[in-house]
Structure formats: structure tokens, C-alpha cells
Design a protein. Structure first.
Length: 382
């Protein structure tokens, strides 16, 4: 397999890296995080102007027809810069669901503006008791003459506070835990009966809880067939996991670089502390984990666009497990190597550590994916 980037991919990576390097300093990030929006509208618009938000969409939808490998290059640079913009949730996850399930009218309405960064979307799938399971849906959608009445609660909706529309999973029939009976709706946040409670997350981005108290949406708001959304949710979450592994990879690379630079410059007893063998061994362990995470992030990107299969799901679960464990290990060892300064709010490493820990929990933590991987191995043997 050829792992060399094409000329177009190299240009894409260089564009993303230069934009983040020039426009997203740590001080600017902290200023964006302190606003009510929680990210920079100007930077979001720049992503659109440069075509970076258009990468995964077909050309007839205003996109560039890129692959998950192309997304990996962008997400790695966004992770390196700790960017707060909801690229993963709006472009990759929500955009992927619209591209897979949307009618021609729905795609014409939403995909073009998403590709140009004129519209921001969010995905509301998690519930108070779902614990990463996409099929654990208690939110109900009742058919009414006007369309569907939604009732329930969604949690941890990343960038849901600022979204122009939110993709909400709700059960049209069946019992909690059933894969059949889950439908997906495009919900306007200003719909009567919708309430959002927004808050900042530990690692910087803002999120919200979504309360649905009899919110009525038209039948045209349904994405795909009624009650048949689960397979698409699982498939597109797989693409989002691959992109998230790439984001974590960029943050891990930055944490390793910061640590190595610190070991070279911080002196004790008249010599750089990088001369001490125990810290050299720690740095080697960090780079070993980084290389393993790099391999798995590349593998995840390579399989993310393949048709849904047991092998694809198993590979993505493995990648999420490896990248989550590596991210937490690198964050912990980087802080240990820095000492007290590593926990200082004004130092960027502390924020990489927070981000890596939170990424390890989003879309399922390492224990969840290890259990899923083991179950799929049993299925393969059977």
C-alpha cells in the first residue's frame, strides 16, 4: 500500500497547516473560548473560503469529492492547533448523515451551505442513560397530522448551542435498545417546545443539553426511511471516529513536541533535564505510543469510506481504543515531564492534555470499544 501523499493531498495539508499556524495562536484560542459562541466565526468562514469544509462532499453538492484520508489531513492540523470550531460534528458527522440519508431536496437545502461554512449543524444522539449506545434511544417521535411530535432529552450536543439545525435521533416505534424503530430528524432550534441549556466543556468547546417538550416537526424533516436510521448512524459515527483519531493524533504530536523542547531547554544541576536517562526513556515511550496511534489513525482513515462491514467496524473500534489509550498516556507523561508548569492554565500543554482526555471519551471510551471489539471477534469466530 502506498502511504505517500498525492500532490493534491500535500497541498491540502499545507493549506490547513498554514491557516492554523498563522491564524490560531494559543492566545487567540483562549479569547475565542471565552466568548458566548465558543469559537471564531472568522476562522470558520476562512475554512469555508479555502474549501476545507467542502472536502468530503460530492461536487454536485458544492464539495470537492474528498475521502476520509483527506479529512485526516485536515483534522490532524485542527487537532494540533486545538481549534474549537465544530468541523467534526458539523461537516463530518452531520454532513455525512445528510449526504447518506437526505433526499435531493434536503441535500440541496443543507449540503451546499454546510460545504461553504454558511451553515453549522450539530448531532444530538447521546441521552442521559445511553452510555455511548446509538440504539439506546428513549426520545420519542409520535406521528401527528402536522408531522411528528418529539419528546425527550439529549445531552452533550457539541456546538448545539449555535447550530442552525440539529439532527436528532428519536424512536418512532419499538423499545429502548432496539435497532429498528430509530428515526432521524432535522430540527430547527427555534421550534416551539425546544429548549437548550448551553455550557462550556472541560476542554474548551461549548455544548448544550437539548430538551424536547412536544416539539412538532414536519414530515419533510425526516432523514431517510422512518425507523431505519440506525445503520446510517453507525456508519457515519465510524467516519467521525476516524476523523477524531486524526484530531487526537495532531494533539499528541503537539504534546510530544512541547515536551521534547522543554526537556532540551529546562536545566537542573547545570545541564538540560533531557540528559537524565529516566526522562529520555519516558520520551521514547511517548514516541512509541505516538507511532502506534499514527498507524491506527491512518488505518482508520483508509477503511472509513468502505462499505459497512464487520471488518470495518472492528478496525475502527481498534483504532479508537489505541488512540484513546495513547492520547491519555502521552498527556499524562507530558505533564509528568514538565512538572508543575504542565498544569498551568496559561501553558498550552495543559489544554492539549484536557483535549486528549475528553476525546478519549467522545463516541465511546476505550473500555467501550474494547468490549465492542471483543464481541465482534466472537462474531467473526462464530
Amino acid at each position: 500500500m502506498d502511504f505517500n501523499l498525492s500532490q493534491e493531498q500535500q497541498m491540502l495539508q499545507d493549506t490547513a497547516a498554514r491557516l492554523v499556524r498563522d491564524q490560531y495562536t494559543f492566545e487567540a484560542r483562549q479569547a475565542h473560548a471565552a466568548t458566548a459562541l465558543g469559537y471564531s466565526r472568522e476562522f470558520w468562514a476562512q475554512l469555508g473560503e479555502l474549501g476545507l469544509t467542502a472536502v468530503p462532499f460530492d461536487e454536485n453538492a458544492g464539495g470537492m469529492g474528498g475521502s476520509s484520508v483527506d479529512l485526516m489531513l485536515i483534522m490532524t492540523e485542527l487537532g494540533r492547533g486545538l481549534c474549537l470550531e465544530p468541523y467534526l460534528h458539523s461537516v463530518v458527522f452531520a454532513g455525512g448523515l445528510l449526504a447518506q440519508l437526505g433526499t435531493a431536496e434536503q441535500q440541496a437545502r443543507w449540503l451546499g451551505p454546510v460545504a461553504s461554512a454558511e451553515t453549522q449543524l450539530a448531532v444530538a444522539l447521546e441521552e442521559p442513560h445511553s452510555h455511548y449506545c446509538l440504539n439506546h434511544v428513549e426520545t420519542r417521535a409520535e406521528a401527528v397530522p402536522e408531522g411528528y411530535r418529539l419528546s425527550g432529552r439529549k445531552v452533550a450536543v457539541i456546538a448545539g448551542h449555535s447550530a442552525d439545525a440539529i439532527l436528532v435521533s428519536a424512536r418512532t416505534h419499538g423499545e429502548v435498545g432496539d435497532e429498528i424503530g430509530i428515526s432521524l430528524f432535522v430540527l430547527a432550534p427555534d421550534t416551539a417546545g425546544v429548549r437548550r441549556r448551553d455550557y462550556p466543556t472541560v476542554d474548551g468547546p461549548r455544548a448544550c443539553e437539548l430538551f424536547l417538550d412536544g416539539a412538532v416537526v414536519p414530515a419533510s424533516a425526516v432523514l431517510g426511511e422512518v425507523g431505519q436510521a440506525f445503520d446510517a448512524l453507525r456508519y457515519q459515527q465510524g467516519r467521525a471516529i476516524a476523523a477524531q483519531c486524526a484530531e487526537a493524533l495532531g494533539s499528541m504530536q503537539a504534546a510530544c513536541a512541547l515536551t521534547l523542547d522543554y526537556l532540551k531547554t529546562r536545566k537542573q544541576f547545570g545541564v538540560p533535564i533531557g540528559k537524565f536517562q529516566v526522562l529520555q526513556h519516558r520520551m521514547v515511550d511517548m514516541h512509541t505510543e505516538l507511532q502506534q496511534a499514527t498507524s491506527m489513525a491512518i488505518l482508520a482513515a483508509c477503511v472509513a469510506d468502505e462499505p459497512d462491514s464487520l471488518e470495518r467496524s472492528r478496525t475502527l473500534a481498534n483504532a479508537k481504543f489505541i488512540c484513546s489509550r495513547a492520547g491519555r498516556f502521552i498527556a499524562e507523561q507530558a505533564i509528568q515531564s514538565h512538572g508543575g508548569i504542565g498544569m498551568t492554565w496559561e501553558y498550552v500543554l495543559a489544554h492539549h492534555a484536557k483535549r486528549l482526555v475528553m476525546l478519549s471519551h467522545q463516541f465511546g471510551d476505550d473500555d467501550h470499544h474494547l468490549q465492542a471489539y471483543a464481541a465482534m471477534m466472537d462474531m467473526a469466530v462464530a
